[in-house]
Design a protein around this ligand. Structure first.
Ligand code: UDP
Length: 240
């Protein structure tokens, strides 16, 4: 499997369509995969947290974030396009619709979770949504949630708890879950529910989706402070 390491994080080099094709065949062959959609913020988090870094070493990591594509260009690595969580989720749901796969939706607030499930069921009627639950729970509930998911035997498990919490959760319960494919999807349920709008296409095309999110949710500025740190770290790494 070809990977390109950015600050130690092993990224898949395939584009969106090839990624969906590969993940589909993994599900069909029951090769278990933890998909992580990583942006510069998450790469920096992995650099500061060895537990997260070792989870990422076992995962299938896609470049979600234009910062990753730029960093790759800068360091001559073969990553040419963004593969966003929401696009992967939709691509995998199309496959679920074609193959009648079972799907479980875990995370986001109760209303968002319900609306996202309803909208996905309408858009992909042959995919079977076999379970869902919101992402607000106490430590005592965790093992029960993992058991409930395992009992529903989904082919696809989407976990929306924000990064990196969602990926730590998937890794912690990996053995119990026994799902073929689990993926952290961040704010995707918010968008699918219709409650939150993704940046207009023109902003996406101009590679400014991050700025749109910052303007809509100014409280994200602290998180985005990791972007300049990411740029400096890639620059220093490049000189090694
Ligand atoms: N969330 C959740 N439980 C938590 C924390 C967050 O279900 O304990 C949900 C939150 O409601 C939202 C999603 O996780 O739907 C995180 O969205 P965000 O846009 O912050 O994702 P990120 O940018 O971190 O990937």
């Amino acid at each position: 499997m070809k990977v390109a390491r950015i600050l130690g994080v092993p990224f898949q080099t395939k584009g969106r369509q090839d990624t969906i094709t590969e993940l589909t065949s993994r599900v069909q062959q029951e090769e278990r995969t933890h998909v992580v959609t990583a942006n510069p913020e998450i790469v920096m988090a992995a650099n500061e947290n060895p537990d997260l870094a070792s989870i990422f070493d076992q995962a299938y990591i896609v470049p979600d974030g234009i910062g990753i594509v730029y960093a790759a260009k800068w360091t001559n690595l073969p990553i040419y396009e963004r593969v966003t969580g929401i696009e992967l989720l939709e691509g995998l749901m199309e496959q679920a619709n074609q193959h009648g796969w079972r799907v479980y939706l875990f995370g986001a607030g109760p209303e968002i979770n319900q609306l996202a499930a309803e909208n996905l069921a309408k858009r992909y009627p042959k995919a079977q949504i076999v379970g869902r639950r919101d992402g607000y729970f106490g430590p005592a509930d965790e093992i029960g949630i993992a058991q409930e998911i395992a009992a529903a035997r989904p082919h696809l498990l989407f976990v929306a708890l924000g990064a990196p919490k969602q990926d730590m959760w998937i890794a912690k319960y990996w053995d119990q879950l026994q799902v073929p494919l689990a993926m952290g999807v961040g704010g995707s349920f918010d968008v699918i529910s219709g409650k939150v709008k993704r940046a207009p296409v023109i902003w996406q095309k101009l590679h400014l989706e991050w700025l749109y999110r910052l303007l809509k949710q100014p409280s994200r500025w602290k998180r985005q402070l990791s972007i300049p740190r990411f740029i400096v770290s890639v620059w220093l790494d490049r000189r090694k």
